[in-house]
Structure formats: C-alpha cells, structure tokens
Ligand binder design. Structure first.
Ligand code: URA
Ligand code: CA
Length: 435
C-alpha cells in the first residue's frame, strides 16, 4: 500500500483504529520536521484525546518523540543520574530544594526544567527571579557544571525532544492536555532524551493537579512506570496530595525564599516532609544509600549541618546568580503593593480550591494568562493557614504582593472564593497518598 496521507492517519484515529509503529513515526516525526501543519496535528491530537492510545501506541509515541531530537549523553558524569519530575502543582517548590539537597548527598543532578503551565508554576520561572541566573547553558557547560558543582538546572535545549515542545504548545490551546497517553509521552520522552539513568515521578492528585481523582492519578502513575520501563529506564512513582498548595508561598521570588528556608531547616511542614521523602528515594535510586531509612538520615544531616544550603549557594553562583541570597533571602525583591487578606467568618478551613489559589497568584503577576505575557518575579502570595485549621474572623488568610492595587483587588476576590469553611475539622489527608 502507498504511504498513507496525514488526512488518512487522522481518519484512522478518529474512527478508533490503531496506529502501527511506522504510522506513529510518520505522525510525530512529520510534525516535528514541520511537514505537517498545526491544523492537521491539532485534529490528530483531538482524535487521540477522544479515542485514546493503546499500550503499544503509547510506547511508539514516546519513542518517536525521543527520536525527534538529540539525546543528551551524561555518561562522562560519574554516578547514577537521577531525574525527578512532578506532574505540576501549586507551591510545588520541591525541585529548588531537592536538586541541591541530593547533590549535597552525592547524587549528581543534571536537570532540564519547564515553565509554568496554566495555574501551575514552573521551575525556570522561579529560577529567573534570581537576578543574573542563567537558565541557558550549552550542553558542554551543563555537563561540566554537574561534574564540578554536582548539579545544574537549565531550560530544555531546543534540539532535545522538539516534538514535545511543539505538541505541548498545541495541546495547551486545543483542550487536549489532560490525556493520559499524551501526558505519558510528553513526560517520559523528555526524561529519556535528557539522559537520566533513573527517574522519580511525583504524580499530583487533587484540586490543584491535572488529575483530580486518585483513580485517574493512579492510572497515570502506572502508565508512566510501564512506558518508562519499556524505554529502558528505572522508574519510581509516588502519588502526592495537591488538595492544597504544597508550600505556603505561591509566586516566583517567594518560592525561592521558601526553598532557601526549607534548605536551612525552617521550611513549612508539608514541603519539608515531601522533600525529605523524595530526596531519600533519589538517594536510593542513585545508589548512595542502601535503604530509605539510611537515606532519610543522610538527608536530615545535610539540612542540619548546612551542606545543603552551601550546595545551593554554589549552584546559584555557578549559573550567574548572587549566592548571598542563601544567607539573606530578602535580597530577592518583592512587588511593592502589599495586602493582608483576612477571614470574614470563624470556623474550620474545610477545603481549598487549589487551582483557584494558583490562578489568584497568576492574577497577581506570578504566572502567565497567555504564553507571551511577562511574569512579575516579585508577585504572589504567602498563605497563613492549612486545611483543617480553626480560625477566627480577622485572622490572616494570606499576604499578597503585586505591582498595583487593581491586581490585588481581583486576586483577593479569587482567593477568598477558593476557601470553603465548615463547622468541624475535615479528615486529615496524608501527604503521600500511595507509592
Ligand atoms: N507535564 C508534562 O511535562 N507534560 C504534560 O503533558 C503534562 C504535564
Ligand atoms: Ca498558621
């Protein structure tokens, strides 16, 4: 048979058919080399979103995405390279804490990170709130820095997994993001192309995550593990709670400040707990600890003896930022208009609409409504309460920072509406839902 046209490939998926490996290659590689226009790829993505991809198709998708660009060679860096990826959340500052923390314990971290998506923050945006910090390094500089300092975190280079960048931008504007096979292809292809030996995946579940229910998050976790293994990588997956922001700070400079406090041992409880847990798993995956108990002791020691914070300072300096922020986080400026938001009623904090809290921070200037929007690095909010706490009217919900009073007005409305009050304390959700 002659090579099918792209229109015929869309038809196959539209009608619930199954693609061969050769067809999947034609779709992904054809789009990545710009032979296929956006409108045809958008139609195929919607067909794939609605009809799904089976187990073999998801592996073929992932493999084709990896081959759309180059694969980083990290073999000149000694040790097991462990990468960690979160499916995206609010106040998820873990990468900023974990990268220097596990590097201080001897696990090399060579990480490529992304920008914020929708209501969730991105590590690159947070790092760019540090004046002078360079998120773009050549592959040689990147590898050399990991060898010398123990870690580097950079923007994904344009020739690594270009299919993901192009497809993600299209999915973002065609309502095709929350599809398990498309998310799996996106995440695993990026990690494989990034050259890691082992991958730790933090799948978020709850009102601030892309997966709202535990069933959906579990299905995603199982697929990520299966496709990661099929791609020859050791994959470890945890499900963690995103029914409330992980840390208390939502916003770029604010989250860097909070990461520094956490590395110094003064961070918020949930963020600290998740970082210690994930960090210990990375030490075991990286083969510098034999079991998680021993690993947790190493992690706790690196926080207590200051070596994690010292590693953070060396990292920031290596990438052009001011290392003094490690000692004096207030060097990171905040936006000039400040407002304290308070509870109007007494009672228990019953539920947060975490996505709305993320959107409130976005409104303040911490995120983008459209791709071309600029971020205000000093904008955002710091919460004062967690779900389950008893509060009185007049107690503080949060302190907000923005460039103008008008921004504070709209964000305040969103923030207040995102909190549901009750007469009794709700049942406590464990932070780690499942491993
Ligand atoms: N995170 C990713 O990297 N890709 C997705 O598709 C969704 C979340
Ligand atoms: Ca409190």
């Amino acid at each position: 048979m002659a090579q099918p046209t792209f229109e015929e490939l869309i038809e196959v998926k539209r009608d619930g058919g199954t693609h061969s490996v050769a067809e999947m290659d034609a779709i992904i590689l054809g789009y990545a080399c710009r032979e296929v226009p956006d409108y045809q790829m958008a139609a195929w993505l919607m067909a794939a979103y609605l009809q799904g991809l089976d187990a073999d198709e998801t592996v073929a998708l992932t493999d084709a995405m990896v081959r759309s660009g180059s694969v980083l060679d990290l073999s000149s860096i000694p040790g097991v390279k462990v990468d960690k990826h979160s499916t995206g959340g609010v106040a998820d500052t873990t990468t900023l804490v974990l990268a220097p923390l596990v590097a201080a314990c001897g696990v090399p971290v060579a990480k490529m990170s992304g920008r914020g998506l929708g209501h969730t923050g991105g590590t690159l945006d947070k790092l760019e709130s540090i004046p002078g910090f360079r998120i773009e390094l050549s592959t040689e500089e990147f590898v050399a820095q990991v060898r010398d300092v123990g870690l580097a975190v950079i923007a994904q280079s344009p020739d690594v997994d270009p299919a993901d960048k192009m497809m993600y931008a299209l999915r973002d504007v065609t309502a095709t993001v929350p599809s398990i096979p498309l998310i799996v292809g996106s995440i695993i292809s990026k990690k494989v192309a990034g050259g890691a030996d082992a991958i730790l995946l933090d799948v978020k579940v709850g009102s601030g995550a892309f997966m709202h229910t535990e069933d959906a998050a579990r299905e995603l976790a199982l697929e990520l593990t299966r496709v990661g293994k099929a791609s020859g990588k050791e994959v470890h997956c945890v499900l963690s709670d995103m029914d409330q922001p992980l840390g208390m700070a939502v916003g770029n400079a604010l989250e860097v400040r909070e990461a520094i406090e956490t590395l110094a041992g003064d961070g918020p409880e949930a963020l600290t707990e998740l970082c210690v847990d994930l960090g210990a798993r990375m030490l075991v995956l990286g083969k510098v600890a034999t079991d998680e108990e021993q690993a947790e002791r190493r992690i706790a020691q690196a926080i207590a003896d200051g070596s994690a914070l010292e590693k953070f300072a060396r990292w920031i300096e290596a990438q052009g930022g001011d290392p003094r922020i490690a000692e004096t986080p207030s060097l990171l400026g905040l936006s000039p208009h400040v407002r304290e938001v308070t509870f109007r009623d007494s009672g228990f904090v019953k539920h947060f609409d975490t996505e709305s809290i993320g959107r409130a921070a976005m409104r303040l200037g911490a995120g983008r409504e459209r791709k071309e929007d600029a971020i205000d690095p000093g904008a955002g909010l710091v919460l004062d309460v967690r779900v389950g706490e008893r509060v009185d009217s007049g107690d503080r919900i949060a302190t907000m920072y923005a460039a103008s009073e008008e921004l504070l007005d709209t964000a305040e409305e969103l923030l207040v509406a995102s909190i549901e009050m009750g007469d009794s304390a709700p049942a406590r959700q464990p932070l780690l839902r499942e491993v």
